[in-house]
Design a protein around this ligand. Structure first.
Ligand SMILES: [Fe+2]
Ligand SMILES: [Fe+2]
Length: 359
């Protein structure tokens, strides 16, 4: 009993002491040591599998507005890729009654990494299943600790890169899939899991000394995978690169001219995070959100992550205007995955908040 009392007293002293520390020390304490020898080698964000209510409508949007290339199509599935991609698909659209996200995919380097992943998940008590997926080699399915549905593979059918085929460029002429952003109920739990897999944080967002969001990478630029606090798990967006700022403007012009003006949700704008990328976010005909952006900075060396405050107006838009509320609060649910309330009850500042103050 006395031991328990002393433990509680000690914990409270510790908590008080932590609270009295300078802000930068307290914030750094949530950042874990990086894992340089992870249990298996994830190399990059690879492909996303979405369910759509209307395959033809989705095809018109992604091929004519984003400019994605059709690799193959069946009666109920569409396989698309960007101009510089040599993998068969980075976006798979499946016909369904419900517009959900089925999975986000990552590449690992070799089939041996898949076997290592299977053994690792068995060891830590996470169920994983071998599946057969067209145009992919061995493929492993699992769900992370906050419920995000993940697919791992080490190989995909090769296809010719089309990046020099300028005469066929359309819309935003999207080049390659770069990253995902997931709204999650427990960002810290997700960060811990992926940190153990060798994902390294480049930037993170705090609100009252709690982790509101974390940007993590495996491929050597700012992020492959982002978690932000919110009802989740839900896919907030997936993102393709474009060559330059003009392609973003042309993307918006083409979207408008083809009758998709309502699909343009946010931007063009310039992020503060991620090195100041120019961005535009669109909602596809099912409401799935896709981002196009021009560049991120290199992040290969071991260095401390950049910390941002949630309410810093330069964080998500360097030009000062926050996103509309629906950008923060709407996202695609994962198929058959229950959405949970966020552990941090915070509310980002929205464009509507700013306009209400100014009105
Ligand atoms: Fe993004
Ligand atoms: Fe972005």
């Amino acid at each position: 009993m006395l031991d328990t009392f002393l433990e509680i007293a000690s914990f409270r002293r510790c908590a008080i002491k932590r609270a009295a520390q300078p802000i930068d020390r307290r914030e750094k304490s949530m950042i874990e040591d990086v894992v340089l020898d992870p249990p298996f080698n994830v190399t990059r964000a690879s492909h996303v599998v979405l369910a759509t209510k209307d395959l033809q409508r989705s095809k018109e949007f992604y091929c004519n507005v984003l400019g994605l290339i059709e690799s193959d199509a069946t009666a109920d599935t569409l396989y698309l890729r960007g101009y510089e991609e040599s993998c068969h698909h980075s976006l798979v659209l499946k016909k369904s009654d419900q517009a959900t996200c089925e999975r986000i995919g990552f590449r690992v380097l070799t089939d041996e990494d898949l076997d290592k992943a299977k053994r690792y998940f068995d060891r830590i008590g996470i169920r994983s299943d071998w599946v057969t997926v067209p145009y992919q080699g061995k493929t492993l399915h699992f769900s992370d600790p906050i419920g995000t549905a993940i697919e791992l593979c080490a190989s995909m059918t090769f296809v010719p890169r089309q990046m020099h085929n300028y005469s066929t460029y359309r819309g935003g002429s999207a080049q390659r899939l770069d990253h995902y952003q997931i709204a999650g109920d427990d960002v810290l739990k997700a960060y811990h899991f992926y940190n153990q897999l060798g994902f390294r944080p480049t930037e993170y967002v705090t609100d009252q000394n709690r982790m509101w969001g974390v940007w993590m990478q495996r491929k050597g630029n700012t992020h492959d995978l982002v978690f932000t606090n919110g009802f989740g798990p839900r896919l907030h967006h997936f993102a393709y690169t474009v060559r330059d700022a003009h392609d973003l403007i042309h993307l918006c012009d083409v979207a408008g001219s083809l009758g998709y003006a309502g699909a343009a949700e946010r931007g063009p704008g310039r992020h503060g995070m991620g090195g100041g990328a120019l961005f535009a976010y669109l909602r596809d005909p099912d409401g799935h959100r896709v981002e196009l952006f021009n560049t991120h900075y290199q992040a290969i060396d071991l260095e401390p992550p950049i910390q941002w405050e949630l309410h810093d107006p330069k964080r998500t838009d360097l030009w000062g205007m926050p996103a509309v509320a629906k950008w923060f609060f709407e996202a695609s649910e994962f198929k058959n995955v229950q959405v949970k309330s966020p552990v941090i009850p915070t509310k980002p500042r929205t464009l509507e908040d700013v306009l209400a103050v100014k009105a």
